[in-house]
Design a protein around this ligand. Sequence first.
Ligand code: C5P
Length: 220
Amino acid sequence: MIITIDGPAAAGKGTLAAALAKHYKLAYFDTGMVYRAVGLQMVLQNLDLTDEAAAEKVAQQLTFEKMMELSHHPDFRSDIGGQAASKVSVFPKVRAALLKMQQDFSLKPVFANGTPANGAVYDGRDTGTVVCPHADIKFFVTASMTVRAERRYKEFAAKGINTTYEKVLQDMVERDKRDSERSTAPLKPAEDAIILDTSTMDTEQEIAAAIKIIEAQKSI
Ligand code: C5P
């Protein structure tokens, strides 16, 4: 079974994806990691984030192992990593270079410890539209901008990342704009995606709602 979960930043995709992966014993691919890895690598090498050719080269050389190594860097999950990811992800050549790695995972999904899985949960922006258009179940998870900014700010604060609510909100407005206005694979629900607005839901309600939808769909 392949499940895709797309939507804007801090809508609740990651938490839901991890919970569904655990519930249905599926592997998990957080596709934002590939763009964060390319963006951070460019920042670390002092490369110009608006240089498409340079970003394409970094994307072409990215391996799964390198991505995992970069994921331990303190800026991988910070707004520096998020902004850099968002900037390089607008380039069609970068997206093309990173597509195969993401699609190959669905052919041979594995758990974090390397053992094979019977399917995968993907989370990202275009996993239901571009990466896995034939997924069994597609969700588009969203929430209001202020709710999302508040959630992300709390996440950062819990991790000790030094920022302000205003900065997080501003970062989110910019990223949403870039993600939804880019020409290749813009952020939008797949035609057959189920929209889940989590603005008034807590994590448990969100997970329960998604499982109910999947079970209903499985019995059709
Ligand atoms: O989900 P996350 O915040 O880690 O993603 C970082 C950035 O990577 C997003 O803002 C988006 O620009 C880009 N991204 C994308 N396509 C995906 C996943 C992430 O363009 N499938």
